[in-house]
Design a protein around this ligand. Structure first.
Ligand SMILES: Nc1ncnc2c1ncn2[C@@H]1O[C@H](COP(=O)(O)OP(=O)(O)OP(=O)(O)O)[C@@H](O)[C@H]1O
Ligand SMILES: [Mg+2]
Length: 173
């Protein structure tokens, strides 16, 4: 496997994750996390659980910003590795990972939140049949895509970029 992170980068991520695992605070301001990590990458996305950095090489690095983010990243890896091919095709590829972090291709093509919703609802149902509820990809009775979590792979095909919350309750912080 290609090496995506340097030893120094791994070390600073690891010590941040260790801090979270040991308890840490319930949540941290974005700037505190960025300062603790001291990565050379630009922040490109923020979620409730993770910070997403643009590695500048076509990939993004997702790092837990609080304890639940570690679980999200682990969930994402487990689902990606255990999903059958027929479902894995809808999940953004994970090219490398460790405790509390993972690396994915940077997906830039945004979806049409309403036009693509039907297609995504079908995909969501297929995951339900598999026993996994990727609940936060849709909203408003499945008529709208939660755009932050889904991208277009090409002109037509959807790819889910946030599939780490499938066991976490909708309103958990
Ligand atoms: N593979 C990717 N390519 C491009 N942008 C991404 C990718 N993964 C995540 N992002 C960006 O980073 C944001 C946060 O990532 P993600 O949704 O995975 O974090 P989260 O903490 O699980 O979010 P949430 O608040 O939805 O639970 C996304 O909304 C998106 O804008
Ligand atoms: Mg998200």
């Amino acid at each position: 496997m290609a090496k995506f992170l340097s030893d120094t980068e791994l070390q600073s991520i690891n010590s941040w994750i260790t801090k979270l695992e040991r308890g840490g605070r319930r949540s941290y301001a974005e700037t505190d996390v960025i300062e603790a990590l001291r990565l050379r990458y630009k922040l490109m996305g923020t979620g409730k659980h993770r910070l997403v950095f643009d590695m500048g090489n076509g990939y993004v690095l997702k790092v837990a910003r609080k304890k639940s983010g570690i679980t999200c990243n682990r969930n994402e890896v487990v689902l990606y590795e255990q999903a059958p091919r027929s479902l894995q095709q809808y999940l953004c590829e994970i090219v490398d990972y460790g405790d509390g972090w993972l690396i994915m291709p940077n997906m830039q093509r945004t979806v049409h939140r309403r036009k693509h919703a039907k297609k995504l609802a079908k995909i969501w149902k297929r995951f339900l049949k598999f026993g996994v509820n990727i609940h936060d990809v849709l909203r408003k009775n499945n008529r709208m895509i939660r755009a932050g979590n889904v991208r277009l792979k090409n002109k037509k095909e959807l790819v889910i970029i946030d599939y780490g919350n499938w066991h976490i309750e909708r309103n958990s912080g």
